[in-house]
Design a protein around this ligand. Structure first.
Ligand SMILES: Nc1nc2c(ncn2[C@@H]2O[C@H](COP(=O)(O)OP(=O)(O)OP(=O)(O)O)[C@@H](O)[C@H]2O)c(=O)[nH]1
Length: 357
């Protein structure tokens, strides 16, 4: 009788321990879920999924494979300098089957022993895993990716373990990823000039402040080019507004191609562009400006209906550096503006440097 009571008590204690452990797990999970839902932007969300998740749930590896047939995700990430690439952990495929092969039609989480051969796409370079949980990410009944959790412990993910938590987690991650993608897309579109595809004035106004602070902090030169098409009004007047649009697009393409990846090019206004060249002295920037001027001058622009046009542009250059009086954004932009005005006065199709005549 006494022994029965002791056994009963032991069972009860074990049940209480399991209940408490489940409660802790649920709490941990809820906190994590809340941080996913409150995350601010794609970078923060990816950091939560790939970094925080691993630590919080004591996993050996977490990877994310996303279906990205039009390279949209990859482009968004490349365009955001503050989002790291997470090599071997943030993975992309343009093939639906690459992801679908891991899941049944019901698209439920799959808990199984790790197989280096079968799972190498999901965990590249990992051989020390023993069990994995593969969570299908689904939006509007369509597979958009898989979240892959790997553990060094064989017993961590087994087929008989309940998957309710994981199913819920996959739904939250899917919704957050989709949201962040749309949000980032809208942000990017809002900073691009729709006609030419280069950055717009809003983007430039934000970036110039950042670049100027950086140049002052690191005591490195920062050059700014104001680039203005010559007699552009004539193109519109003689060939129509649409021909003008086509020409602007082609000029923007040449400008974009002339820049290094760390330079910033933006459409500043109608037929005016602006470029910021980080770590570039006045003399180096002058060479770049002259090359741009020459390549525009040498181009025959095809503007539709078989019409080919020649076009030139004027460039004003100013440099923020230790050796002159330009010390802030306002002075830099004003100086570049004055220099482009001087280039126009000098007869157009010229590069003029601020502070020289
Ligand atoms: N087609 C087209 N034209 C534009 C666009 N934005 C501005 N423009 C035109 O650009 C022309 C600018 O004219 P102006 O400021 O007189 O300058 P310009 O004719 O280039 O002469 P200079 O700058 O003095 O060499 C105007 O005719 C505007 O209508 C655009 O998006 N598309």
């Amino acid at each position: 009788m006494q022994q029965d009571a002791a056994t009963l008590q032991a069972r009860l204690d074990a049940l209480i321990r399991i209940a408490k452990s489940n409660e802790r797990k649920q709490e941990n999970f809820q906190k994590y879920e809340l941080s996913l839902l409150n995350s601010n932007g794609l970078g923060e969300l990816l950091a939560l999924i790939l970094e925080e998740h691993k630590v919080r749930f004591q996993l050996t590896e977490v990877t994310l494979l996303l279906l990205d047939p039009e390279y949209e995700f990859q482009r968004l990430i490349e365009a955001s300098p503050n989002i790291p690439g997470w090599p071997k952990r943030l993975l992309f495929t343009d093939n639906h089957h690459t992801i679908a092969q891991y899941f049944s039609l019901q698209q439920r989480p799959r808990l199984t022993a790790f197989s280096p051969f079968q799972h190498q796409i999901l965990f590249p370079g990992h051989s020390n895993l023993r069990s994995v949980a593969l969570l299908p990410l689904v939006r509007q009944q369509r597979l958009i990716g898989s979240l892959n959790l790997g553990s060094r412990k064989a017993e961590r993910f087994q087929a008989n373990i309940g998957t309710q938590f994981l199913q819920h987690l996959a739904a939250v991650v899917s919704a957050c990823l989709e949201n962040a993608r749309l949000h980032e897309h809208i942000k990017l579109v809002g900073l691009r000039d729709p006609l030419t595809g280069v950055n717009n004035r809003r983007f430039f106004d934000q970036r110039v402040e950042e670049e100027v602070s950086r140049a002052l902090r690191t005591q490195s030169p920062l050059s700014c080019l104001f680039i203005d098409l010559d007699h552009f009004k004539r193109v519109n007047d003689q060939h129509g507004h649409q021909a003008g649009d086509i020409l602007l697009k082609q000029v923007a393409e040449i400008l974009n191609d002339s820049m290094r990846s760390c330079d910033v090019i933006a459409r500043y206004g109608g037929e005016e562009f602006v470029a910021l060249l980080a770590d570039t002295t006045q003399s180096a920037a002058s060479d770049i400006a002259n090359r741009i001027r020459e390549s525009i001058e040498a181009t025959e622009f095809e503007v539709g209906h078989g019409i080919r046009l020649k076009q030139t542009l004027s460039i004003g250059l100013a440099t923020l550096s230790d050796t002159n009086s330009i010390k802030n954004t306002r002075q830099l932009l004003q100086a570049a503006d004055q220099a482009v005005y001087a280039a126009k006065l000098a007869g157009r199709n010229k590069v003029r440097l601020h502070g020289t005549s």
